[in-house]
Design a protein. Structure first.
Length: 132
């Protein structure tokens, strides 16, 4: 009986791990939202790379994204660097909402030592939806 129970427990654990690995949210893809009246597109790519178009027009910004879980609810933070002609750092903070991402914060700062990311005000709650 003990060996039989051990086999059942092991199989249940493997099944649980399988579902845990297979049922996670797929983050990579193209998403669009209206931010301050502008159509903004995010491309979240493999290798945790990202492309932002429409926010700092006509320049597309490249950056990196991470899953942030330190402050409670899981978030996606995407950090972009501005062009060499106007160096700055920009971060979009997104909260997963089903298959979409809710923009909950934008922070920016000029490049340089000792500068911190400051909140950028925006109206509404832009919802980035997958482009089909």
């Amino acid at each position: 009986n003990f060996l039989n129970m051990k086999k059942i427990t092991k199989r249940l654990c493997l099944l649980f791990l399988f579902f845990l690995a297979c049922c996670g949210k797929e983050i990579q893809g193209n998403y669009s939202a209206l931010v301050e009246g502008d159509e903004v597109t995010l491309q979240l790519k493999d290798g945790k790379k990202a492309l932002l178009e429409g926010y700092f027009s006509p320049v597309a910004l490249t950056g990196d994204w991470v899953e942030e879980k330190t402050f409670g609810d899981p978030m996606i933070w995407i950090t972009f660097n501005g062009p060499k002609e106007k160096p700055f750092r920009l971060r979009f903070e997104l909260k997963p909402d089903g298959n979409n991402f809710l923009l909950v914060g934008i922070k920016a700062r000029p490049m340089g030592k000792g500068t911190k990311l400051n909140p950028v005000k925006f109206n509404g709650s832009p919802l980035f939806k997958p482009n089909l």
